[in-house]
Design a protein around this ligand. Structure first.
Ligand code: UD1
Length: 340
């Protein structure tokens, strides 16, 4: 049993990870500013895991608060989710992203050094690969200049951790590069809660089907893919959460092969936008209202992960299918509607 600080732990991936950590026997402490989540997330974590995490609400940009927290609690390792993640918003307000995403990480790493906490898992993104020339994308696939300040904060965040591992003996970091996390807890009682109009595909689909949006726009059907729509590696959020438990236990157990490690988190299989819609319609029996619109700026044509390293080295494999992702996302959307 270890004490794990989960920053951003009331958010979409953070809350699912908190549940899996508690189920694996760990103690969870959460810091979140609730800028993109609500306090009810704690009730959901408690209900689905059987235990309520310790929780404090503040901004990690406030270094004094971060230092106080590290003084107050015994922490064995950190999973750092807390960050802004809307690509378009980051283009419009770059400094908001650099300040929030990078100053927060610097404060956490500083507090770790002072408190001699050695292990951190960092939420990174497949966005660092841009459009790779060769697929699937492995961890060796070149990182290309970021298309957005959001993407840049992921690249700089990884580099900050590399620099810290060079400067500090015994400081270990694992960057997990997520492909496209979607879906919800199998109970339908925890999932993604976008504020405002969703940018991402899955919440837009479920909100359209439930009547919150008129119509889904498919951004482009003239890509060089089998059905013309863009291809992504969608991965169930609960599989993503379980990978975090593996990564944390790997570091705490002293099994890291180097101070900085990277793992792709994907299924290894690409699905097109149309295939996601087909899966949704098939599993839910709902008819989705959609039409084709022009491509969205900054989108890549297709990307999916090589999962070899995560499978062999981390000892983790995504288990849930696309149908389980779309059905669970729908259960969650209906659960939200039932609470209104
Ligand atoms: C996006 C971000 C990525 C970020 C990730 C996590 C961009 C360009 N990329 O990934 O940097 O790490 O979210 O939040 O924003 N689609 C539609 N209609 C919609 C919404 C999406 O057709 O209303 C399509 C997109 O064009 C894309 C696919 O669905 O082909 C997936 O989109 P999305 O869920 O936004 O994820 P990414 O763009 O892959």
């Amino acid at each position: 049993m270890s004490n794990i600080l989960v920053t951003g732990g009331t958010g979409y991936i953070g809350s699912h990870t908190a549940i899996e950590l508690i189920k694996a026997g760990h103690e969870v402490l959460i810091i979140d500013d609730l800028s993109n989540s609500t306090i009810e997330s704690l009730d959901r974590i408690e209900k689905l895991s059987g235990k309520r995490p310790i929780f404090e609400q503040f901004k990690l940009r406030d270094s004094a608060k971060v230092d106080d927290f590290f003084e107050e609690y015994d922490i064995d390792a950190i999973i750092h989710f807390a960050a802004y993640k809307a690509v378009g918003e980051s283009v419009a307000h770059p400094m908001m992203y650099y300040k929030n995403n990078l100053v927060s990480l610097a404060n956490v790493v500083d507090a770790m050094t002072t408190s001699k906490v050695k292990n951190i898992v960092f939420s990174s993104s497949a966005t660092v690969y841009g459009q790779p020339d060769v697929l699937p994308a492995t961890e060796e696939t070149p990182v290309v200049p970021a298309e957005s300040p959001y993407g840049n904060t992921k690249q700089i965040g990884e580099q900050m951790l590399i620099d810290q591992t060079i400067a500090t003996e015994n400081f270990n970091a694992i960057a997990l590069r997520y492909f496209n996390p979607i879906g919800a807890h199998e109970s339908g009682e925890n999932g993604e809660l976008p504020t405002g109009t969703p940018n991402n595909l899955m919440p837009f689909i479920t909100q359209t089907a439930i009547g919150l949006r008129d119509e889904l726009k498919i951004f482009g059907d003239d890509y060089n893919t089998p059905d013309g729509t863009a291809v992504r590696d969608y991965i169930h959020v609960v599989d993503i959460a379980k990978a975090h438990v593996k990564a944390i236990e790997r570091m705490i157990g002293g099994k890291s092969e180097s101070q900085f490690e990277i793992f792709n988190l994907g299924t290894g299989k690409g699905f097109s936008v149309k295939e996601v819609i087909d899966s949704f319609e098939k599993t839910t029996g709902e008819k989705l209202n959609y039409s084709v619109a022009p491509r969205r700026g900054g989108d890549v044509e297709q990307i999916y992960a090589s999962t070899d390293k995560a499978n062999k080295v981390l000892g983790w494999k995504a288990e849930l299918s696309l149908d389980e992702m779309t059905l669970s996302a729908w259960k969650w959307e209906k659960y939200l509607a039932s609470k209104k």
